[in-house]
Design a protein around this ligand. Structure first.
Ligand code: PMP
Length: 419
């Protein structure tokens, strides 16, 4: 295989037939492009997020209703009347954009209100907000590591953290494995001044929770800081939805709390919460903050209201957890492999790309919207279907999905253990 013969541009210009031909014999990157093309992975919705959405079927080109199990909008706050109204009012008052980067005239009173609110919600002294969670992680990690630091990463940590570590010293430990973490901590103990253990609170492809209590204890014993990415935890876990530190009763003990406003909060944006010193440092050294225009007024206002809803309407989270328990027991009864899922994210681990793709297509045809997760998002032997639940799913939606999954689990022989 001569991988030097074609550039990506050549490859993309070959047209459908060329892509098919080239992809089949080409190296990995191209193979993946080929697979994605045939998956019709980018299905277009005409309704936006909700338990049932309208989608343009990529195969028939017709609009159709589907039960939506692919959203991170866990509390369905994207459609909450309070978050919508707050956004509308803000756009009327402030206009459509912030107009500049935060340090050069783009900071609105709404931004500082949100920074204070998220800091308090996360039990931290101070916070800054970014226009997206990818940027807050990548920018903060890169700035915090500086020249001589080392990042100690759970091997399943999100891509945004990995990107922040580019050009930096990095060590990995086995997923949620404390022996492996300790081994790495011992190895780097005297080698670097700044050591930061970085984990996700809830893992986006597996739905399991970091052993954050143990991680903090171990890291601090070896002089390392801990950063947790609360993207999928905020609004979902902890009695009040404050996330993984609340879940483990260790609020105030995690050095850097990161997160997004794009999942259960239902808007878009990212944040870093920490000590005043670290936040001041990041406001000058996190390039994705310093050099990027501030959050839109309507997003910021909707986020503030979404955090109010999370605090004031716990019944939404309770409904989500009812759904999680119900669906999990259904999947366990069917006997598919859901790994160590503990939250609203359920993998059905299949480990066979073709079965994953075919099963997703069958689910699509049955009106169930889920996503395939293939290499490189996960390792090939763990390729899977990813299902995520919302508070606004009704039992009939869950039952319909469970019935279809049960039939397909038999069709594709993926039943592992029935309980
Ligand atoms: N962290 C995790 C764990 C995520 O899953 C994501 C989004 N997929 C991000 C960060 C990035 O967040 P955003 O989509 O808000 O940029």
């Amino acid at each position: 295989m001569d991988s030097t013969k074609y550039t990506l541009a050549d490859f993309l210009n070959k047209g459908d037939e060329g892509i098919d031909k080239l992809c089949r014999k080409f190296y990995e990157y191209y193979e993946d492009t080929y697979r994605l093309k045939h998956l019709n992975y980018k299905r277009v919705s005409t309704s936006g997020s909700g338990p049932v959405i309208k989608v343009i079927d990529p195969w028939t080109k017709q609009e159709k209703e589907m039960i939506y199990f692919a959203s991170n909008d866990y509390l369905n706050l994207t459609k909450h009347p309070r978050t919508i109204e707050a956004g509308i009012n803000a756009i009327k008052k402030y206009g459509t954009g912030a107009g500049s980067v935060p340090l050069l005239g783009g900071t609105l009173d709404l931004h500082t209100e949100l920074e204070k609110k998220i800091a308090k919600f996360k039990g931290c002294e101070s916070a800054i907000i970014f226009t997206n969670g990818f940027g807050s992680n990548a920018g903060a990690v890169s700035a915090l590591l500086g020249e001589g630091g080392v990042a100690i990463l759970d091997m399943l940590v999100h891509a945004s953290v990995i990107d922040g570590c580019k050009g930096k010293n990095v060590e990995f430990f086995r997923h949620n494995n404390m022996d492996s973490l300790e081994k790495v901590l011992k190895k780097v103990k005297d080698k670097y001044r700044t050591k930061i253990v970085i984990v996700d609170g809830v893992y986006s492809m597996d739905g399991d929770i970091a052993h954050l209590d143990k991680i903090v204890e171990l890291a601090h014993a070896y002089g390392a800081l801990v950063m947790v990415d609360e993207a999928h935890a905020t609004g979902v876990i902890g009695k009040n939805g404050r996330g993984t530190p609340e879940h483990f009763n260790i609020e105030g003990k995690v050095d850097i709390v990161a997160g997004t406003f794009s999942k259960a909060v239902g808007v878009v944006g990212g944040f870093i919460a920490s000590t005043k010193e670290i936040i001041t440092y990041l406001s000058f050294y996190a390039r994705s903050y310093m050099f990027s225009t501030a959050q839109t007024p309507q997003s910021t206002a909707s986020i503030i209201e979404a955090l109010n809803v999370i605090e004031e309407e716990p019944e939404l989270r309770e409904k989500l957890w009812d759904n999680i328990r119900y669906f999990k027991s259904g999947l366990l009864r069917i006997g598919v492999d859901i790994g160590n899922s503990e939250t609203a994210i359920f993998p059905i681990i299949i480990g066979d790309d073709l079965k994953v793709k075919n099963m997703c297509r069958d689910l699509h045809d049955a009106g169930i919207y889920v996503n395939p997760v293939l290499y490189p998002a996960v390792s090939r032997r763990l390729s899977r279907i990813r299902i995520s639940l919302m508070a606004t799913h009704e039992k009939e939606h869950l039952d319909r999905a469970l019935n279809v999954i049960e039939d397909l689990a038999k069709k594709y022989s993926i039943i592992k253990d029935r309980i």
